[in-house]
Design a protein around this ligand. Sequence first.
Ligand code: MG
Ligand code: MG
Ligand code: ZN
Length: 349
Amino acid sequence: MKKLFVALLVFSSSIFAQQQDPPNIILMIGDGMGLAQITAGMYSMDTPTALEDFPITGLSKTHSYNQFITDSAASGTAYACGEKTYNGVLGIDPKNNKLESIMEYCQSKGYQSALLATSSIVHATPAAFYANVPSRKQYQDIALQLSESAVDFFIGGGKKHFNMREDKRNLIREMEKNDFEVVKNLDDYVASTAKRVGLFTNNDEPQPIAMGRQPNLAPAVNATLKKLNQKEVPFFMLVEGSQIDWGGHDNNLSYILSEFEDFNGAVAAALAFAKEDGNTLVIVTADHETGGLSLTKGNMKKKRISGEFSTKGHSGILVPVFAFGPNSESFMGIYDNTSIFKKMKALVN
Ligand code: MG
Ligand code: MG
Ligand code: ZN
């Protein structure tokens, strides 16, 4: 009887061990996507937002190391590397130490990785996950660091920082020697059987979605998830809705809403994958709010919302965090943006 009990215990603990496989992590950042931007999207779209499907919500404090109002570099570094730093700095702490990002940490644990943005791929938010530079404006240095990173798949603009450089290097050719195929559109990205694939969506910064930017973020997410899901190993993926922030800087609510809708499509795609997969954590948040937007009028029948902006810059208000999947409960409550890194890292361990 005792032996049987021990055997059962071993059997059940091996099932338990299987359930503890390292999970996939999808981190989705709506740049400048505060609660007002989300609310405006919620009341103006024809269908419910994907965010309303998340069981867990929390709030994140976005201040940088020494300033109440963060920029995307300091906040990106907080999410990517778990440390508050000075505005403008990527992947380096206030004492000048180089930081390891969650993407690099995941790579060291055998994870695949992917970066998707609707800005250039060297812009501050995605760059925080692979670059260590004192200034976010060092685009050519950032491009070089991406070309030397272990990322498997990327989609974003900024091709000129790779192939029209002051140092005359052609980083695209260098990456192609490193198993990368660099393609021009989503069809070629989908069709590629290369081990690593990059899609440049623009030479410089991509257009707003309302002016015809291709591809939409949802099909980009689906195509990348399909590639990542072909292997048995887990993955880390960053998805940024970059231009919600640019609509905020322009104090242009329709720009914000069209970018929010594109980002929301990507969130829906990621959430559908996670529900099906069962071992994927999806986190959706913002790096800060942009525009100091408040919603002062609305017509629910016409689905029309209007608001007022209080700044052309960022604001210091808390931003929401939405989580689904393994350990999502740990994202409840109010915490510093740096905690998001710590919660993700704890899950990988
Ligand atoms: Mg930002
Ligand atoms: Mg950004
Ligand atoms: Zn901004």
